[in-house]
Design a protein around this ligand. Sequence first.
Ligand code: ATP
Length: 584
Amino acid sequence: MTTEQTTSPPRAGVGIAAQGLGQSVRGGRQILADISLSIAPGELVAIVGASGAGKTTLLEVLAGVQHPTAGTVTYDGTAATGAIGVVPQDDIIHRELPVARTLRYAARLRLPSATEPEEISDRVAQVLAELRLTDRAGTPVGLLSGGERKRASIAVELLTRPGVFFLDEPTSGLDPAIAVELLRVLRALADTGATVVLTTHQVTDMDHCDRVVVLTRQGRLAFSGTPAAAREFFGLRSLVELHLRLDDTTRPAEWPDRFAEQRDADQPAGSTTDQPAGSTAVQPARSTAEQPARSTADDGGAVPPPRRAGRLRQWAVLTARNAEIVARNRLTLAILLGSPLMVLGMFALLFRPGAFEPSRPSPTVTVMILFWIAFGGFFFGLTYGLLQICTELPILRRERLAGVRLAPYLLAKVAVLLPLLALVDLALLGVLRGMDRLPPVGGADFAALYATLLLSSAAALALGLLCSAAVSDAAQATLMLPMLCFPQVLFVGAILPVPAMAVGGQWLSYAMSNRWAFEGLGHTAGVERLWRDGGSPLGPPLLATYGDSFSRPVWVDWLVLGGFVLLFLGAAWAVLVRRDFRRA
Ligand SMILES: Nc1ncnc2c1ncn2[C@@H]1O[C@H](COP(=O)(O)OP(=O)(O)OP(=O)(O)O)[C@@H](O)[C@H]1O
């Protein structure tokens, strides 16, 4: 670890007051009960308790990430949080990008659109120095050590210079020396005026903090005050024995009751948020005189909401970041482009040339060629989209909290994946056309075939994004694949013509984007004329079974496919909105 000097401009810390907090989950189980406490600006605070005691829940409620079922949280006396930094437990930043690039994208997403590039560079350099990561700036996040990754994760939130940080188990999984180093970084942050609240399992972390908030297994407040006061309150020489002491009672409610009694005795009537004797000595990390310029809330006004980048800027930044992630992940790129090329090779091996030859056409082969091209476009689009969101839900959650909007997020996915699909679709049609697996259509008709296929891929991409938004992980998304593909094979009208389907099937076929792609391709490829007038006796009877499938003008198919694109994207947006990244 380097020991370079850090520049830590003063911050406006935020005082937090919680009153009567309760949190219940589905089924009525209460995770937190009647928690009242106050945290002064510039304090470094550890929330401790046994596993499952509700530490993360309390942290998220204090941060405004979860809404409590009872009680209130105020920040400098107001309900508005202002700028806060939330650093989740998992290392949830993209692993492919170097640290400095990650911070640059994060800064462009989080800072107002008008921020000059030089200012962003300065801010990134400052934060790298502050978290002692300058010499790791060019290293991909995935290659950092655990402690460095944690600091990189904190650095992301530091960019906006928030007055309060919430960190969920920042020291978990770190070796003791690295954990101490990280706590020093957090101490330094608090010393610049920021309020820092963290959860921890490590009792040794407590001694680095100004205040410890102790929860019982039942999610009740057993204590809030200085580490020294905690030792006195629990009758311990060292806080190492705290967990044993908490469980060392036949009556679990004993500690919260004692704490409440002591607090009531020490506080003026009506006050329930302060500490008992011994803990009232807790001061902000800096005295009032030392406090840096405070937010307007100090003067009785509301903490101003954080300004953030506009939608267009967010879309541009997310698009650039997605493109860089894809470009840096060579294997992913090879799979994205390589698997369609393999399918193309299979088509070339499967289908003989000349099926569209007017003097001796092969009507059944033409159906299959058109169907499989349509299905190929659908399948590539679907698989491109299916893993996009579910594999980065924690990242999205974190970025939502930092003000990233869902429409730019979704459209940035489309902006990177659609050009790749356009390449693949062009290769598919161009190669098959060059190998005489398609009719020798002119430029305009080729463009029409391409437009149909690309729209079909776009609809499938949007469907993939929708499903990816709806599931919880990659395994669920993969399990959806057959469910999504089978109907797009069975109800398209290629294997069984639409007029030959049962009524239910006919209705269902309207909802299959692949049907419209298949029929649009057939119309442009001149299937109707070829079967009716070509030199195959199979043609006219086959055409009769397909009814008017290929007679519709192709723009109708385009309209329907365009409608599917909008419908699926809109639904993906709505699903993400409903997911409610703030747990209720
Ligand atoms: N949304 C939820 N639905 C149901 N139960 C939940 C939900 N969120 C948390 N819980 C439960 O509430 C309890 C407290 O969870 P929480 O994650 O806050 O505990 P914790 O003290 O941070 O635990 P750990 O130290 O193991 O991370 C746990 O038993 C957890 O299973």
